[in-house]
Design a protein around this ligand. Structure first.
Ligand code: SF4
Length: 446
């Protein structure tokens, strides 16, 4: 591994290595310029799709800019989540404290926008100057009569995964406070789908066709009232396991609600998800409807996928995701259209995830945890990659190296989840890989 920092080497392995022990779940190495965002960003990503809440960032304006309106979480109702609010802390507050500014901002915004609840995010500087954010939130909550929840997400205090936990802690404060009367025993909560380009709506429609009641979507197209009564559901269905397993485990311990880990990326995983839920709910009627739904949806999309596969057979992809569970699904989805995942990595995967990836991927695939642009460039060149499937930060790398790109992160504007999402994914990959522009671009072989 020429040119790889010595201390990074234990976070990079190949599937055909004899011994394999991926080092992961640790702070990024200083100097390696990780592709991973901070704790605050982790919290914001998870909570932002709650559409009728006020999201106020307590910090300098720069913290707010990255998350402002570039993410594709849509709403079927209120659009308050599309607004990004920030207390815009400056030198004056760093010296004298920002509590007064926070109090004033919260009161003004709650009076103006009448949100169902408010989330207040702590950023690095708040942790340094020591504002008592929790006390301000308690005071405003009392005065305004809505839940005002502090999210303790100071950017420096861990990894993005700690941000997910801070977000789950804030959601836990809401769960268990609503009225659950009238909820069916065949009911679920959808956890860890963020309604990117309307994906939660697609998934919810499948469950409705199966005869399953969806109590709360946490957090895609989320509503505060629904989250408050989420403890009335029979089953938690967790997609983004990296961000939401913490909440699912807590609800299991507190309310006895079991959870199942699923993915809605690709034909195989979407079908498996729906069958798993039908089985866990224990109703033959629901299972029968699920069989009909899967058969109808697969029949609708399969001929088009076979056409696309003819051009893509043998093409090579690099995959880099937030949680590793999505990486499994993408490896399988690429296989469905004849492609090979030659580089696979994630920001927050654990040892078991990487073991599973090792079994799933082809021999010689590079597996990487919490990588950086220098490493990704090397891997793309070495593995002769035709397309990079990742997030907005990986796009320039792909284009500069003369490879295609498919955005599979929160910024995308077309839904890639569910059965129809698989066709959209295949079309997007096909358009990018087969574009004639690459004959004029620098070859990624270096
Ligand atoms: S919270 Fe800290 S690390 Fe995160 S964006 Fe703000 S300053 Fe940067």
């Amino acid at each position: 591994m020429d040119g790889i920092l010595e201390k990074r080497k234990k976070q990079i392995h190949r599937t055909d290595e004899a011994k394999f022990d991926m080092e992961c779940g640790k702070a990024s190495l200083a100097g390696s310029v990780s592709q991973r965002a901070c704790v605050f960003c982790g919290s914001r990503v998870v909570l932002y799709p709650i559409t009728d809440a006020l999201h106020l960032i307590h910090g300098p304006i720069g913290c707010a800019s990255y998350t402002w309106d570039i993410r594709g979480a849509t709403s079927s109702g209120r659009q308050l989540h599309r607004m990004s609010f920030c207390t815009d802390l400056t030198e004056k507050e760093v010296i004298y404290g920002g509590e007064k500014k926070l109090y004033k901002s919260l009161c003004t915004l709650i009076d103006k926008y009448k949100p169902a609840a408010a989330f207040v995010y702590a950023t690095c500087i708040v942790g340094i100057i020591g504002d008592d954010m929790e006390a301000v939130c308690r005071k405003v909550e009392k005065e305004k009569g809505i839940r005002v929840l502090p999210v303790m997400s100071e950017g420096f205090k861990g990894t993005k995964k700690d941000g997910y936990k801070a977000a789950c802690d804030a959601i836990s404060e809401l769960v268990g406070t609503g009225d659950t009367s009238g909820i069916s025993k065949h009911s679920i909560n959808i956890l860890g789908d963020f309604n990117i380009a309307g994906e939660t709506d697609i998934i919810r429609s499948y469950y409705e066709r199966m005869g399953v009641e969806v109590v709360a979507t946490i957090t895609g197209d989320g509503r505060i009232d629904d989250i408050c009564k989420a403890h009335g559901a029979t089953l938690n269905v967790v997609q983004c396991s990296g961000s939401m397993t913490h909440l699912a485990k807590e609800m299991q311990a507190k309310y006895g609600i079991p959870y199942v880990r699923v993915s809605y990326v690709g034909i195989e995983d979407t079908s498996a998800a729906l069958y798993d839920v039908a089985e866990k709910l224990g109703s033959e009627e629901i299972m029968e409807k699920t069989r009909e739904l899967v058969a109808a949806e697969v029949a609708k999309i399969y001929p088009e996928l076979l056409e696309i596969k003819k051009d893509l057979e043998g093409k090579r992809a690099a995959v880099y995701t937030g949680g590793a569970f999505k990486a499994f699904s993408l490896v399988r989805s690429l296989r469905t259209i004849g492609m090979i995942a030659a580089v696979v990595g994630s920001q927050t995967g654990n040892k078991e995830d990487y073991e599973q990836l090792r079994e799933l991927c082809d021999p010689g695939t590079i597996l990487v945890d919490d990588t950086n642009p220098v490493e990704l460039s090397k891997f793309m060149q070495e593995q002769n990659i035709d397309i990079f499937i990742g997030g907005v930060k990986e796009r320039p790398l792909a284009f500069k190296l003369g490879a295609g790109f498919c955005d599979h992160n929160h910024e995308r504007k077309i839904p890639l989840g569910g059965f129809e999402g698989m066709v959209a994914f295949a079309k997007e990959v096909h358009a990018s890989v087969m574009s004639p522009v690459w004959q004029f671009a620098r070859k990624n072989k270096g």
